[in-house]
Design a protein around this ligand. Structure first.
Ligand SMILES: [Mn+2]
Length: 529
């Protein structure tokens, strides 16, 4: 009996250890089965799914970009906003972006579609226009006239029939029909537009009413709340970024400089079908991590301990915006880890409070309070000052001068946030979202903590009441880190939130990922040089 019990116990322990191991492997930093980066061996490499560059999420298959619904939403907002725009005689018209040549040269600038136009059409082609008649609710797309010279070089453009099938519009015409259709369908109408930049017909320009504040309001309020199609599109952009950040973390043997961090990210994003990144990536190392929108991306990593990469892939014009930090050696230094845990604490505590009705300003202040609490523990803030006192003096803005986060969608800093860049309070001047959260908003949760000479001079040393609360001797020990920011893209749900990013921010897992990468030789990576 006694021996039997012991044997049973040993068996139980062995079994639970075994299943614990299995669980760990399954729930570890593997993002999902598709990625499968862990413990690469030949078998796994053979099994690994390879991105095909054209894949679309299953849920989006067979669905068009919901342009018609977007126009109806804008109409609704405009009608509610102002009686001046009666449905029976109002229309909106927007001419999209055009290909723009580079001066003294035979190439074009990178094409980036006008986001308002895209929102109302779902069309990513240059030289188009969209017209929505509030009275008939007819949505008409205008394609550029066929330029036969251009066909020689670029091939045939999309036909009227193809466009009618592909886009969620009622009619498609070439732009040479503009005057005729305006004359026939918009007699006595007010036709609102954002601007006249790409309107080339004198006749049409005279009919249009540009720059009405009400139109911008209606467009921005509509874009503020994402529909399911937009959410799934953003989710895809986030997935691409997750994979690309993971690639960066595990490729240090071939990342000798910041530009190669950028290269690794961009390469992996492009492979997965991201035609562009949502913004210029910020790739920094060492003290440069303290520069909020670092643009150099050129320094060597040698001799430094920290990396900060803020990069987001764009998919079908919707972006993601993700920041991760990691130690170059595979092991956080003590100070780096302390600051990392501080920022993670800020992000986690905010995450718990994100839900409809929560005010972004309060969450921003909450993140400052948690920063202060942590910096008090580390001795950077002198212990004889209270959390409240330090907050009142605005001392933490020297280490965290930016906002907690912003709206995200077609633009990385999306419209509708109602920021006030003139706000005299340094805690709020750079906060890009100044309104309560609503269901189906997408926001970034991106607290940070930086050690930057310029910020310390600007926000601390110029204010004796703030400088007084900081122990400059302790502070010195942290300067080499530069800074830490952790950024995820968050969907506000009915009763809380959902993190659209899956890439880990757990410091232990990050150490494992980086170390595993470091254990490989450069020749094991897919590079020719
Ligand atoms: Mn951001």
């Amino acid at each position: 009996m006694h021996i039997g019990l012991t044997v049973t116990l040993i068996l139980c322990c062995a079994l639970s250890l075994y299943s614990f191991g299995k669980r760990r492997r399954r729930s570890g930093y593997l993002l999902n089965k598709k990625v499968g980066f862990s413990h690469i061996d030949k078998k796994m490499a053979a099994e690994r799914k390879v991105a095909d560059g054209n894949e679309i999420p299953k849920v989006l298959e067979g669905h068009k970009y919901p342009a018609k619904a977007h126009n109806l939403k804008v109409k609704e907002h405009l009608l509610t906003r102002n009686q001046k725009w009666p449905a029976k005689s109002t229309a909106i018209f927007i001419a999209g972006e055009e290909l723009e040549g580079v001066k003294y040269c035979d190439i074009s600038k990178e094409f980036r579609q006008n986001r308002y136009f895209y929102y109302l059409s779902g069309v990513n082609l240059p030289g188009c226009a969209i017209l929505f008649n509030f009275s008939t609710e007819k949505l008409t797309l205008f394609l550029p006239n066929v330029d036969w010279d251009d066909v020689i070089w670029s091939g045939m453009p999309i036909s009227l029939e193809e466009a009618a099938k592909e886009f969620d519009v009622d009619e498609v015409h070439y732009t040479d029909k503009l005057e005729e259709i305006f004359g026939r369908e918009l007699e006595g109408f007010t036709v609102l537009t954002t601007d006249l930049d790409n309107v080339h017909s004198q006749e049409i320009s005279q009919i249009l009413t540009p720059s009405e504040e009400d139109l911008f309001h209606a467009l921005d309020e509509s874009r503020l709340i994402k529909d399911w199609y937009e959410i799934e599109t953003i989710r895809k952009a986030c997935e691409i970024s997750d994979n690309s950040h993971l690639a960066v973390m595990r490729a240090l043997p071939i990342e000798l400089s910041e530009i190669q961090i950028q290269a690794e990210f961009s390469y992996h994003a492009t492979r997965q079908g991201a035609r562009a990144l949502g913004y210029d990536p910020i790739c920094c190392s060492g003290p440069a991590c303290g520069t909020l929108h670092y643009v150099k991306n050129s320094e060597k990593l040698a001799g430094k301990s920290s990396v900060l990469i803020d990069a987001g892939a764009e998919w079908r014009n919707y972006t993601s915006d993700v920041t991760r930090c990691f130690p170059i050696s595979g092991k956080f230094t003590r100070e780096h880890r302390e600051i990392y845990e501080t920022v993670r604490d800020m992000q986690n505590q905010v995450m718990k409070k994100i839900k409809p009705g929560a005010h972004w300003e309060s969450l921003h202040i909450l993140s400052h309070k948690i920063l202060i609490r942590n910096l008090l523990k580390l001795g950077i803030f002198k212990k004889r000052f209270s959390e409240e006192e330090i907050l009142q003096r605005r001392a933490s803005c020297a280490f965290y001068p930016h906002g907690l986060g912003h709206l995200m969608g077609l633009d990385v800093h999306d419209v509708g946030g109602k920021p006030n860049y003139e706000d005299p309070d340094p805690y709020f001047r750079y906060l890009r979202l100044r309104r309560p959260l609503q269901e189906n908003m997408v926001v970034t949760n991106e607290p940070g903590c930086y050690f930057n000479e310029f910020l310390i001079n600007e926000f601390l040393n110029k204010y004796p009441e703030r400088a007084e609360v900081v122990d400059s001797e302790v502070l010195k020990k942290y300067m080499y880190i530069g800074g830490v920011r952790i950024e995820d893209d968050i969907l506000v749900t009915r009763d809380g939130c959902q993190n659209l990013n899956k890439i880990t921010s757990d410091p232990d897992e990050i150490e494992r990922i980086v170390s595993e990468g470091l254990s490989k030789a450069a020749s094991q990576f897919h590079i020719v040089i």
